[in-house]
Ligand binder design. Structure first.
Ligand SMILES: [Zn+2]
Length: 344
């Protein structure tokens, strides 16, 4: 059954399978949770159950409909082959298919009009139901969300929506009140290890990759990519070198060196944070007071990650981080902390 592939999310899977088995499926769900924890996988499994022709309420996973629901077309747009499983998301469709609009930062109202509204006006092509999956629903533009809202307000039987989001707080209240939340948590390390093993990652790297990934399977796989991890190591090494160098010149030079994508910086700082956690753990195990200094540094990095995620300019935050890590270096193990418990 398709839901068996959704690992480490027993509560979410139970909510969905119960609704399907009882025939009490809500017309619109909102899958909330961090990136890379199985929201889209669960949405596809849910869609398979709703279009299956194998006579299995939770989807058989083997019939032609189930297979086309989970198979994506090889050419753009990369969407499910089943015509009644409709994928919406920023830049999923080439601009020429959605009125020439290039979606660099949001899902346009043109996409919602052309991909969703034209479809929900008619019955499903071949299945009993049609399912619209909105990836990254927080990226819906205001007009796109409003266009979608009309169909969410007047649900037609046989039409189901699944909105996927890692930032539910960004969604309009009207969208939230029309959708039923299903929560997805970070994946436990043993699930991450299973995913990494399934991708053939070398056994000796699995534990550290799982620890780095912060509960996200997509982050774990990205960390596993040797090219990316090499560049990340260079970043971490460069940053620590700037911390050790005298004066603030090296900090600024490092912070401004090179175009770095925000998400990449956040991931790389995550790797640095893990280094400090490991140090703190080692020092604590040996009873060394240096554990405290490592914990301080960890908190500083986490604060920097927070600042970047809250739309701070990466270069500014990095130079500030190098400066405060320098200050933390002067700390003696007995002094009171400069930073308190982090927000995460
Ligand atoms: Zn089936």
């Amino acid at each position: 059954m398709p839901f068996e592939r959704v690992l480490g999310q027993p509560a979410a899977v139970a909510t969905l399978t119960r609704a399907l088995l009882r025939g009490k499926v809500h017309h619109a769900y909102r899958f909330e949770g961090p990136d890379g924890v199985g929201k889209e996988l669960a949405a596809v499994a849910f869609a398979q159950a709703l279009v299956c022709v194998g006579g299995v309420p939770l989807g058989c996973g083997a019939c032609d409909a189930c297979r086309r629901a989970e198979t994506r077309s090889e050419r753009a747009p990369v969407v499910p082959l089943h015509p009644d499983v409709i994928m919406v998301g920023r830049a999923v469709y080439p601009p020429e298919l959605i009125g020439g609009k290039k979606e660099s930062s949001e899902i346009s109202v043109e996409q919602v009009r052309r991909v969703v509204l034209t479809r929900v006006a008619y019955p499903p092509h071949e299945a009993r139901n049609q399912v619209i999956i909105v990836r990254g629903a927080e990226e819906l533009s205001v007009s796109a969300a409003n266009a979608l809202l009309k169909t969410l307000e007047e649900p037609k039987s046989g039409t189901y929506f699944v909105l996927l989001t890692s930032q539910p707080e960004v969604l309009m209240d009207t969208i939230k009140s029309r959708t039923l939340p299903v929560r997805f948590g970070p994946l436990p390390d043993d699930v991450l290890r299973t995913v990494l093993r399934g991708r053939g990652i070398a056994e000796e790297r699995i534990d550290s990759l799982a620890a780095l990934a912060g509960g996200s399977a997509s982050a774990a796989l990205e960390f596993a990519d040797p090219e990316r991890s090499l560049v990340r190591e260079e970043f971490v090494r460069g940053l620590l070198e700037a911390v050790r160098s005298p004066g603030l010149g090296p900090a600024i030079a490092f912070a401004e060196g090179g175009e770095r994508e925000r998400g990449w910086v956040v991931e790389s700082l995550g790797a640095l944070a893990t280094t400090f956690v490991d140090q703190a753990r080692e020092h604590a195990a040996s009873g060394s007071p240096r554990a405290r200094v490592a914990a301080e540094r960890y908190a500083l990095v986490v604060d920097a990650i927070d600042a970047i995620e809250r739309n701070g300019q990466a270069a500014l935050v990095i130079s500030g981080l190098v400066a405060s890590l320098k200050a933390a270096r002067q700390l003696r193990p007995g002094t009171p902390p400069v930073v308190r418990v982090s927000r995460r």
